[in-house]
Every structure is written in structure tokens, then in C-alpha cells.
Design a protein around this ligand. Structure first.
Ligand code: GUN
Length: 288
């Protein structure tokens, strides 16, 4: 592999060092409530990782696990209770929710000041306005932090974001184009005429589409920077558990790119670190 590996784990560890200082200077112990509904094993792993990060940083966590058949009304009242609990500074509802629930309208109920996912229309609206001092979505802001940490100057660079989700693609495009980052951004999606041609023109590719190893080496301009946000489970009978995790980027891209953030070990740890940062920011601003 010719590309230098962009080490999300090391970047997250550096951020955690700074957060430890902020937590000890905070006038109150930051407190994150994480709500999960149902039994999706991957979601439970993610939630446990979030709770463990809280423990490392001296952040209080409350883990609320609800049954798959929980009603929307019941989840609504859980959210309202957490909103009115002044000892809780951050609320996260793990996605995906079961199919009988309307995820968007439920997460819209979270008090914007406690919306540590940054998905509330008020927080996303602030991002659209270019106000970057609020609660920003964790994965895209983690990607920005990683690029900055690696010394990448995005000014005037052509960036392609593959995917237009509310959680990653759309806010990622806004952050790349925002004043201060100053990239020129293209969003590639399922109706894009020629995704490969768009990627070949890019200096930076951020793949957040959820299609296993979609970005191949012949999609990438030599020397481009590639960030893989995909986490896909694919069958693998050679593994005892019967599956393995792959990203949206084919490993052969490592022969062409200059800098590559791999899966696993890339963006994943940064998402959690940014969630912790948002929780500390929420606690600080609720107690200032
Ligand atoms: N599921 C996958 N990624 C995320 C995330 O960033 N936040 C929440 N709440 N759920 C997720």
C-alpha cells in the first residue's frame, strides 16, 4: 500500500486528552443519556463503545435499553423526561429505530441544547447558516478534525462526498464547503450520471454510502485523499462469526491514494470522540 494511513485511533486519543482537561475544569460532571430500542447487535456494540468512552473520560452515562416492541408514545415520554432532567446534558437515540417508529419526528423532540448527535433541525439549520460553534454531527465533524490533524489544507480542493444522508453525507458536504474549510464540493448519489468520473476529478473523496467496497482503485486520481466512512457487514465463511466488516472503499485504493482512512481504525473512533466533545460542550453551555 502506497498511501499513508490516516490513523483515526491516534487522532481520537489526542482529542480525548484535551477532553479530560475540559471535563476536569467543567463546573458539573457532564452526563450523557443513550437510548437504544431493540436488539440489533451492531447497534448494541456501538452503544457499549459510547458508554465505555464516557467511563474513560469521567463523563456520567445513563444507558436506557428498550424492548423492540416499545411504542412511539413510550419512547416519546422517555425523551421528554430526559429533556426536563437538568442533570442530563446530552441525549442520543441510537439509529436505526425499529421500522414501526418514525425516527426523524422522534429525534426532533430532543431539546436542541441536548442534541449531541447534531441532527435536530435547529442544529442542522445553524450548520447551513455557517455557524460552526454549535453541536455538529459527530461523524462529519470527526472527519474534518482528522483531516485537520493530518495537516490537510482543503482550500480550493475538489471534494466529492458519496452519499447524501442526514447523518453523514449532507452535513459532511456543508462542513467541507464552509468558510474556513473552503473546499469545492460535489455530492454523488444514486442518481448521479457518472460517479466514477466525479471521483476521478476529486482531490478528496469521502465515501459514506453504505455499499461494500464500491470505490475502486480506477475511480481515484493518483495522490488523492480518501476517507472511508462506510461500515458494511459482508458474509465471510472463513471467519468463525461468519462475517467481516468492510468499508465503502476497496483496499486496492491504497495503491493509488496518498492518504487513506481505512475501515476499521479510521473514522469510527473519531465519531465517538466527537460525541464525547459534544457532550462536554453541552454541559459547559448549560452551566455557563
Ligand atoms: N447509528 C449510526 N451512526 C449513528 C450516529 O452517529 N448517531 C446515532 N444516534 N445513531 C447512529
Amino acid at each position: 500500500m502506497a498511501a499513508t494511513r490516516l490513523d483515526g485511533k491516534a487522532c481520537a486519543a489526542a482529542l480525548e486528552e484535551e477532553l479530560l482537561v475540559r471535563v476536569s475544569a467543567c463546573s458539573v460532571k457532564p452526563h450523557l443519556a443513550v437510548v437504544i430500542v431493540g436488539k440489533d447487535p451492531a447497534s448494541h456494540v456501538y452503544v457499549n463503545n459510547k458508554v465505555r468512552a464516557c467511563e474513560r473520560l469521567g463523563i456520567q452515562s445513563t444507558h436506557i435499553a428498550l424492548e423492540s416492541d416499545t411504542t412511539e408514545d413510550s419512547l416519546r415520554s422517555t425523551i421528554m423526561k430526559l429533556n426536563s432532567d437538568s442533570t442530563v446534558h446530552g441525549i442520543l437515540i441510537q439509529s436505526p429505530l425499529p421500522p414501526h417508529m418514525d425516527e426523524e419526528s422522534l429525534t426532533d423532540l430532543i431539546e436542541p441544547a441536548k442534541d449531541v448527535d447534531g441532527f435536530h433541525p435547529i442544529n442542522l439549520g445553524r450548520l447551513v447558516q455557517g455557524r460552526l460553534d454549535g453541536l455538529l454531527p459527530c461523524t462529519p465533524s470527526g472527519v474534518m478534525q482528522m483531516l485537520d490533524w493530518s495537516g490537510v489544507d482543503l482550500t480550493g480542493k475538489k471534494a466529492v462526498v458519496i452519499g447524501r444522508s442526514r447523518i453523514v453525507g449532507m452535513p459532511q458536504a456543508l462542513l467541507l464547503a464552509a468558510k474556513g474549510a473552503d473546499a469545492t464540493v460535489t455530492i454523488v448519489h444514486s442518481r448521479t450520471a457518472d460517479a466514477r468520473a466525479e471521483c476521478l476529478a476529486a482531490d478528496v473523496i469521502i465515501a459514506a454510502v453504505g455499499r461494500p467496497e464500491m470505490v475502486k482503485a480506477d475511480w481515484v486520481k493518483p495522490g488523492a485523499i480518501v476517507i472511508d466512512v462506510g461500515i458494511n457487514r459482508v458474509d465471510d465463511s472463513s471467519r468463525e462469526r461468519g462475517w467481516r466488516l468492510v468499508g465503502d472503499v476497496d483496499p486496492s485504493v491504497g495503491d493509488v491514494a496518498s492518504l487513506l482512512s481505512p475501515v476499521p481504525g479510521g473514522v469510527g473512533p473519531m465519531t465517538i470522540a466527537m460525541l464525547m466533545a459534544n457532550t462536554v460542550t453541552a454541559a459547559e453551555s448549560q452551566h455557563s
